[in-house]
Design a protein around this ligand. Structure first.
Ligand SMILES: [Zn+2]
Length: 272
């Protein structure tokens, strides 16, 4: 059975921490480097439901995409929900490790997993300087409506579902995808000259301007849903490493929906 430090070294080789953005907080949040690791759980969010799931599973390590503490803290008291997560994990000898923007910019990274979930052929990065997002081609051109339906079918179900901006009948051949919040990437999307952009957390003004500027299709999924495919990709990568080293790790992916939006009501008379 490997020690935590050996597993973390393998994860750092997949997603080098030095490739994380300056503002980010990646790496090990809690855990004893000398502790044995037999079971690992991958999830998007380090929230209480995931800590509880790790206990039920008997996991020794939870690897999440989002940081628990992004801006630093002076307390891990269990009176705060983040401190409660820390207490829960430490009480049960469970380590927490974060791979965030270092996983976004890795090869393969978060957007490769998103492209893979939709069976898109990746042709290159959306932003070459930091390897962020991906430009992809569809095997067959399809309508924006069909492309959005593909996203709805292939990504895990959420209350939000999929929102579309642009003419649902427009033809889509080349698309950009970016897991997580993508509305800082509109300049790169326009420069790439793609027909559509699949991402999350898009806001009114950037969407309004982007669709007025040129016939660009926008497909907005729940943030959690666009990043969840990375958990499966990451778990498969760790499985392969475990086999190579004879570690015999048990690697799991959480199916718990931690997207914070919990319901969606369709307005009567609104377009589908
Ligand atoms: Zn995210």
């Amino acid at each position: 059975m490997p020690r935590l430090s050996e597993v973390i070294a393998a994860l750092d080789a997949l997603w080098p921490p030095e490739r994380a953005e300056q503002w980010d907080a990646v790496g090990t949040v809690c855990g004893d480097p000398d502790a044995d690791v037999g079971r690992v759980l991958f999830a998007v969010d380090p929230v209480q439901e995931i800590a509880d799931e790790a206990i039920a599973l008997g996991a020794d390590l939870v690897v999440t995409h989002h940081p628990l503490y992004l801006r630093g803290t002076t307390t891990v008291a269990a009176s705060h929900f983040k401190g409660r997560v820390v207490h829960t994990l430490i009480k049960h000898d469970i380590a927490l490790h974060v791979a965030h923007t270092n996983a976004d910019t890795a090869d393969p990274g978060v957007s490769d997993a998103l492209a893979g979930a939709l069976d898109l052929r990746v042709t290159g990065p959306l932003v070459a300087e930091n390897n962020l997002g991906r430009i992809c081609e569809l095997d067959q051109p399809e309508t924006l409506g069909d492309f959005a339906a593909r996203a709805a079918k292939r990504l895990p179900a959420t209350a939000q579902g999929i929102r579309v901006a642009g003419d649902p009948e427009m033809t889509v051949r080349r698309v950009a995808v970016s897991g997580g919040s993508g509305d800082s990437l509109f300049d790169a999307v326009r420069a790439a000259g793609v027909d559509a952009f699949l991402t999350a957390d898009l806001r009114h003004h950037p969407v309004s301007e982007a669709t007025q500027h040129s016939p660009l299709g926008l497909v907005d999924a729940a943030h959690w849903a666009t990043e969840w495919p990375w958990c499966e990709q990451a778990a498969a990568q760790l499985d392969e490493i475990s086999d190579r080293h004879g570690w015999d790790l048990r690697v799991h992916v959480s199916k718990t929906v931690t997207d914070p939006w919990s319901a969606h009501h369709h307005s009567p008379g609104a377009p589908n």
